[in-house]
Design a protein around this ligand. Structure first.
Ligand SMILES: Cc1cc2nc3c(=O)[nH]c(=O)nc-3n(C[C@H](O)[C@H](O)[C@H](O)COP(=O)(O)OP(=O)(O)OC[C@H]3O[C@@H](n4cnc5c(N)ncnc54)[C@H](O)[C@@H]3O)c2cc1C
Length: 427
């Protein structure tokens, strides 16, 4: 029997996860670690470890996400020369004097977060999954239909001529979730009005492990410190996420490389000296979503299938990973109590613990977006004064830094460091 095993009745149950992205992949690992039978179905080919130049899609991971990966052994499956920790975060208003500089040491931490490629994390999860005997991860399987048998309560999942039966079905299939749609759960998109342009750049000055974000009237621009590979320590590459109105972002994408670089350099006030474009420029429309409910009979939604937020604070993956950890924690508890993996109370607890927190983050992102789009003088004055005040007020600044690091009150056990002093909220 598996060392952390749940009851033998639960061992016979079957969980199907549609979507093996970062959220679905972590959930699968967390559930299979408990000895539960899990099948992951993903339409994409098997994720492979990246080599050479950095991939375009990257994510910032919070401390909570970092511990989730450490505590599941996924961190050990990463190529650490491709993971860049950042120790500081500088946020400023282009249209004024407001600036906040967060430093990890001010809150007793070594790093504020880590930057890594999405494909790299997916590959590490896939590698970890291969070590878990009760986990079957099938790639190239596009799920096209779902049906729940009212008598048995089981879900039937279909892809072409193949079928799977699930006691618990999880939709981790991203923003355009089929599972959400076919379960009749509304998750209507709300156009944020923004598109996001991502690219990789080289900078003349080193980033020194500092993440930078400038808020402009036309939208935010983030410069995220990128690894430069094994043995290289010059720290002169950044990943950028530049959000704004679609016409503006399309114009930035269509500029020639030198003109784009000049505009980027001007936008960040020359913070890192002259810059050079190293990659293509990819543009993503930002459509926010929030599912009206995260659960239904024998079914749960996690990650972007449940919520999509503006990427301006780099929190999307982090929220998804916490969804996965909380759902796995509740399922584990239900299985240990003999109520089975699809116990309605366990699913309800999952929804209660995650939906409010995710909504709060989504609303905060909307608030930031609209605050920095305001041209009215009193609002601009207030926001600059507010930023200067936060920068000088130690406890308030610490509060914001802890939020950005994912240190919320209701963290699942797997998202905490092995020794955690809850009162001091630090380790
Ligand atoms: C420009 C930009 C920058 C961002 N930066 C950050 C950041 O810095 N930090 C951060 O935390 N977040 C960031 N995000 C958000 C983050 O990328 C998403 O929240 C995250 O990728 C969601 O992961 P997921 O696993 O839930 O869904 P996805 O990554 O969308 O994965 C869904 C998986 O489901 C599979 N799938 C879909 N449909 C089916 C089907 N019918 N059958 C089988 N398989 C299916 C897909 O192949 C895929 O593997 C950013 C987003 C954008 C747009």
């Amino acid at each position: 029997m598996h060392p952390n095993s749940v009851s033998s009745a639960s061992e016979k149950q079957h969980i199907v996860i549609v979507g093996g992205g970062m959220t679905g992949g972590l959930l699968a690992v967390l559930l299979a670690e408990q000895g539960l039978n899990v099948t992951v179905l993903d339409g994409a080919p098997a994720p492979a470890m990246p080599e050479g130049a950095a991939q375009l899609r990257v994510s910032t991971l919070t401390e909570a996400s970092h511990w989730l990966l450490r505590n599941t052994g996924v961190w050990d499956c990463l190529d650490l020369s491709r993971v860049q920790p950042y120790h500081a975060m500088q946020v400023w208003d282009q249209d004024g004097t407001g600036e906040v500089l967060f430093r990890a040491e001010e809150i007793g931490a070594k790093s504020l977060g880590w930057l890594l490629e999405n494909g790299h994390l997916a590959a590490a999860l896939y590698r970890k999954a291969a070590t878990l005997p009760t986990l079957d991860w099938q790639c190239g399987v596009q799920v096209d239909a779902l049906r729940r048998d009212a008598k048995t309560g089981q879900w039937a999942v279909r892809s072409g001529d193949s079928f799977w039966q699930a006691d618990l079905l999880v939709g981790a299939d991203g923003a355009r979730s089929q599972v959400r749609e076919q379960a009749g759960i509304s998750g209507g998109p709300r156009d944020s009005g923004h598109h996001a342009l991502v690219a990789t750049i080289a900078t003349q000055r080193p980033h020194d492990g500092c993440a930078r974000q400038v808020f402009m009237e036309t939208g935010p621009l983030a410069l995220l410190p990128l690894f430069t590979g094994e043995g290289q320590d010059d720290q002169r590459q950044c990943s950028i996420v530049w959000s704004g109105w679609p016409q503006r972002i399309a114009a930035l994408r269509d500029k020639d490389a030198a003109a784009f670089a000049a505009e980027l350099q001007a936008a960040v006030g020359g913070a890192l000296g002259p810059v050079t474009l190293l990659s293509e420029r990819a543009v993503f429309p930002i459509q926010e979503r929030h599912a009206s409910q995260y659960i239904s009979a024998g079914l749960a939604l996690v990650g972007d299938a449940a919520h999509v937020i503006h990427p301006l604070a780099g929190q999307g993956v982090n929220l998804g990973l916490l969804d996965a950890a909380v759902l796995a924690e509740e399922v584990k508890r239900a299985c240990e109590q003999g109520s089975g993996c699809a116990d309605p109370s366990a699913l309800a607890r999952y929804q209660r613990r995650r939906r409010g927190e995710n909504l709060l983050m989504q609303n905060a992102m909307r608030g930031f977006q609209s605050l920095f789009e305001q041209r009215a003088l009193p609002v601009r004055w207030l926001r600059n004064t507010g930023m200067r005040w936060v920068n000088q007020a130690g406890p308030v600044k610490g509060f914001f830094a802890r939020q950005a690091m994912g240190r919320s009150a209701d963290l699942p056990a797997k998202a905490r460091p092995p020794v955690w002093d809850a009162r001091a909220n630090r380790h």
